[in-house]
Structure formats: C-alpha cells, structure tokens
Design a protein around this ligand. Structure first.
Ligand code: ATP
Length: 295
C-alpha cells in the first residue's frame, strides 16, 4: 500500500484588483498571491486489493466528501490527463483524506490548495507521469487559484496571477514575515462576494506593477504600502465582524488586509511581539487567531 501525505498551504493575496467582467460571467483580476504556513494535510493512499475508484474523507464535518469536493475532481482530472499522456496508463483506486486546518470559505483558497496537493501526490504515486506544465493546465481546469497552489507546493510561494488569476508568473519571495489570520466564522461564498463587487465600479487600485517592483527590490515598506484588495470596499459593509478583525489587526500590524474574497482578515508583521499582542486582543474578542509566517 503506497501513501503520500502533503501539506496544502493557504494562500493570501498581497494585491487583488478586479479589472472587469467578461461576457462569459468570469471576472478578470490582477493579483499577487503568497503562500503561508497555515495548511491542511492531504493524504493519498493506493489501497491493496479491490476498492472504490475514488474515496474521500475530511476531518471537517461540513466539507462535502463527494464529487463536489475539489480533491475528488482533482483525482478525476489527474486520471484523465494521465490517460491522455500515456494510453497505457491504468487508473488505480485511491483513498484520500483531508485533515482540515484552513478556515472554510475564508478567502484562503482551502479547497484549491487541497486539490493542488492531491494532483501532486497522485502524480508522484504515478512516477511523475505529468510534467509541470501539464499539471498546471489540469490545475487551471479545476479553478483559478489551483495553479498558484501547485506552484506554491512545488516551492514557488509568491506569484503574479493575471486573466482569471490562473495565468501565473513566479515572483521573488518576500523575506519571511509573521502572519496572523483572523477568521471569524462568518464565511464569504466566492460567488456572493463577486456579486457585491459587481454592485460597485470596478477598481483595480494602482495596478500590480508597484507590488512586483517592491518584491523585486525586496522593499518591505513599499510592499506594505502597495497591499490592496478590491473586495474590502464590497465586503466590509456586509461583514461587520471582518471589519472588526481588520480594525484590531490594523492597530498592531505593519499592514492588515482582507484575504481574497473574504471573510478572513490577515495581518503582516515585522515585529513578533506586535503579532502576539494582536492575537491576545483577537482572543479577547472571541476570535481564535492563527499565528504563522509567510513561506
Ligand atoms: P477561494 O479563496 O479559492 O475563493 P475559499 O477559501 O473562500 O476559496 P474554500 O475554503 O475553498 O473557500 O471553500 C469554499 C466551498 O468549497 C466550501 O463551502 C465547500 O463546500 C467547497 N469545497 C469543495 N472542496 C473543498 C475542500 N477540499 N475544502 C474546503 N471546501 C471545499
């Protein structure tokens, strides 16, 4: 019985501008994504003997463990791509398990990163039948954030995403910073968050280039100054607890920002004692913070 367990890292957006909506209903974005140490653990096992073609379990009770789970769909997508690559490839039964630590519907790409880890694990169990580009193409078919999560898992924790966010360019990584994630439990389904964005004029901020420059020159002050998320204007009026988390984190962090389409809020810190103080205040407000670092 062969088994692989991989960490599936959460993603934050250092920069997220929404530039418009295409006739097919998809939104175009400019985003700089960053992986952080907060992670789920995805285990993929090839059982000996007869078994269901795909089986999935998850430690979090409300996450679906059927075909609607991105990990399940990642397995289907992987087998399709492997068969296309090599007609002699034979599908094998897989049992998968997600040990969930990333808050669900928090704008931290929880499902996407689990799917990316499953793709990579299945590829390793199949002797790396898919090259990196094919893996990234399979990832893009699963969702706009999945290619970034594949890159991050393969050691590129910072990247620019254009088009729907799936057209990736790896960027220089920032120096490791302390990160606090405040997830208040009021999830933000991504389609709903985009409907709120659609009610406002699209605002791409200053564009992604100053953020890329800040990363290229390792200018942390400029990086904090350029952090931006177009969803803040759309989500904070509707999610007062997220706004409250933002206010607490802003008092201590070098920069606080909504994560993705919300509703988790992140703070970045150069001073660990400030991060500890922010966590204490969040706990006083009955919010359980996660304290970690950027990768
Ligand atoms: P993103 O940042 O990519 O927009 P998110 O972090 O806001 O996503 P997820 O945690 O991925 O949101 O969950 C969104 C929904 O996706 C959940 O309500 C859940 O029903 C479904 N889902 C499918 N697969 C998973 C998974 N592996 N983990 C968590 N949720 C999943």
């Amino acid at each position: 019985m062969k088994t692989i367990t991989l960490p599936a890292y959460a993603k934050i957006n250092l920069y997220l501008g929404v530039t418009g909506k295409l006739p097919n209903g998809y939104h175009t974005v400019e985003t700089v994504m960053q992986a952080i140490s907060l992670h789920d653990d995805v285990t993929v096992t090839c059982p000996d003997g007869d078994a269901d073609p795909i089986a999935l379990t998850c430690s979090a009770p409300h996450v679906p463990c059927d075909e609607s789970n991105l990990v399940w769909r990642a397995a289907q997508r992987f087998f399709d791509a492997a068969e296309q690559k090599n007609p002699d490839f034979r599908r094998f039964p897989v049992q998968m398990h997600i040990e969930k630590h990333i808050p669900v519907a928090g704008g931290l790409a929880g499902g996407s990163t689990d799917a990316a880890a499953a793709l990579i694990a299945l590829n390793r169990l199949s002797g790396d039948i898919l090259d990196r580009d094919t893996l990234l193409t399979s990832a893009a078919a699963l969702g706009a954030d999945v290619p970034f999560c594949v890159l991050a898992n393969l050691g590129h924790p910072t990247a620019l995403g254009l088009h729907y966010g799936e057209q990736m360019t790896a960027l220089p990584s920032l120096q490791p910073l302390t990160v606090v994630v405040a997830a208040n439990g009021e999830g933000c389904p991504t389609p709903w968050a985009y409907s709120r964005i659609d009610a406002l004029p699209y605002d791409a901020g200053d564009g992604y280039r100053p953020m890329v420059d800040a990363l290229t020159t390792a200018d942390t002050a400029a990086l904090f100054a350029q952090m931006y998320n177009a969803f803040e204007a759309a989500i904070y009026p509707e999610r007062p607890l997220a706004k409250a988390c933002h206010n607490i984190l802003s008092r201590y962090a070098d920069r606080a920002l909504l994560s993705g389409s919300g509703s988790a809020v992140i703070g970045l810190f150069t001073d660990q004692s400030q991060a500890d103080a922010a966590c204490a205040e969040l706990r006083n407000a009955d919010i359980v913070p996660y304290l970690g670092r950027t990768l």
